[in-house]
Ligand binder design. Structure first.
Ligand code: PLP
Length: 368
């Protein structure tokens, strides 16, 4: 009799535990620049580290592939792009994470890549842009507009054209969306966000099922040196253990807050794929097991949004997302996010009591 597969909550808690009598419960932090010779994976510390392996085994199990730990989400994305030939065409959402677009724009100025920015919610436009493209680098939901891409359709189209497909799964995490199962070649993460989950580290990862791609990505990491420290890796693994639990709570909070914000007269629009009026609601429901804990909402203009933010006492005005605490960020203040409506606030909903978050937001909206 075959055992039923474990649920993701169980996998997160139990995977990559050292085994055998007397083994420590958590993998040790290997503060070591080098390892004794004779092992295929551990020799020089830029090429392999036993603490990385524990984290990689765990994240690989959640995403359903083989994972590689990187120094940051950007280091993982850069490793993917660095695999491409010179002048390769990269298709990317016009509204992708700022850092991703700034990196591609920077590389484009030197002829390293050609960037094709598309409306990722427009499947025919995106598929048309794939002609002659080497890479589809897609995000869904996007940061900070929470747009939804039809991943199945886009990943299928990329596959048909031999275009490498990469999904940035930072917002959804493997708890809510598993892009490798939807047809992606590679998944990348800013582990800094939900997986780390405690706003205490910068970390990244890339995951694939393709052994050749895995080897190429690993070679990029070793050659470029975009490696994480062992202590950060240990913290990232500790964060991963509670990812499903934290996300469930944060998502439950986000559902309540999105619905209430939508009803508020001062709020002009709420972008949250869990609201039935969201243009990507049906597609999100077909590819995600929940809408997540990120939302954005629009106030009249930048001044109104800043005055509102200044009135908040619990919700923290800070960039980044995916931590325990609710944070708010007026995105158009950042270089590269000028396309974002000026009064748009991105809310990373945390795990506090929802009524405390709401009373802070409602108080801010009422002007006290
Ligand atoms: N991808 C997304 C969707 C992000 O939001 C971020 C950071 O905000 C990154 C990638 C980059 O990750 P990191 O800051 O860990 O380099």
């Amino acid at each position: 009799m075959t055992e039923p597969p474990l649920h993701i909550e169980t996998v997160a808690v139990s995977v990559a535990r050292p085994e055998g009598p007397g083994a420590p419960f958590t993998p040790p932090v290997s503060f070591s620049a080098t390892f004794r010779s004779g092992h295929p994976d551990y020799n020089y510390g830029r090429a392999g580290n036993t603490t990385w392996s524990a984290f990689e085994e765990a994240l690989g199990a959640l995403e359903g592939g083989r994972a590689l730990a990187f120094a940051s989400g950007m280091a993982a994305i850069a490793a993917v792009i660095e695999m491409l030939p010179v002048a390769a065409v990269v298709v990317v959402p016009r509204s992708a994470y700022t850092g991703t677009r700034l990196l591609l724009a920077d590389l484009q100025t030197r002829g390293r890549v050609e960037m094709r920015a598309v409306d990722i919610t427009d499947t025919p436009e995106t598929v048309a842009a794939l002609d002659g493209a080497a890479l589809l680098l897609v995000e869904s939901p996007t940061n900070p507009l929470l747009e939804i891409a039809d991943l199945r359709a886009l990943l299928f189209a990329a596959h048909e054209r031999d275009t490498l497909s990469v999904v940035d799964n930072t917002f959804a995490t493997p708890v809510l969306q598993r892009p490798l199962e939807l047809g992606a070649d590679v998944v990348v993460h800013s582990v800094t966000k939900y997986i780390g989950g405690h706003s205490d580290l910068i970390f990244g990862a890339a995951i694939t099922r393709d052994d050749a791609l895995f080897d190429r990505l690993k070679a990029r990491r070793t050659l470029h040196g975009g490696i994480p420290g062992p202590m950060e890796t240990w913290l990232a693994l500790r964060g991963l253990r509670t990812l499903p639990l934290r996300l469930e709570k944060a998502q439950a909070n986000a559902r309540v807050l999105a619905a209430r914000l939508q009803e508020h007269p001062a709020v002009r629009a709420v972008h949250y794929p869990g609201l039935s009026g969201h243009p990507g609601f049906d597609i999100a429901a077909g590819q995600m097991s929940g809408p997540g804990a990120m939302l954005s909402f629009e106030l009249a203009d930048a001044e109104t949004a800043d005055a509102f933010t200044a009135r908040l006492r619990l919700v923290v005005d800070a960039t980044s997302l995916g931590g325990l605490e609710t944070t708010i960020d007026r995105r158009s203040r950042w270089v590269g996010d000028e396309h974002v409506p000026p009064g748009l606030l991105r809310l990373s909903v945390g795990i506090e009591h929802v009524e405390d978050i709401w009373s802070d937001l409602a108080g801010g909206l009422e002007g006290h």
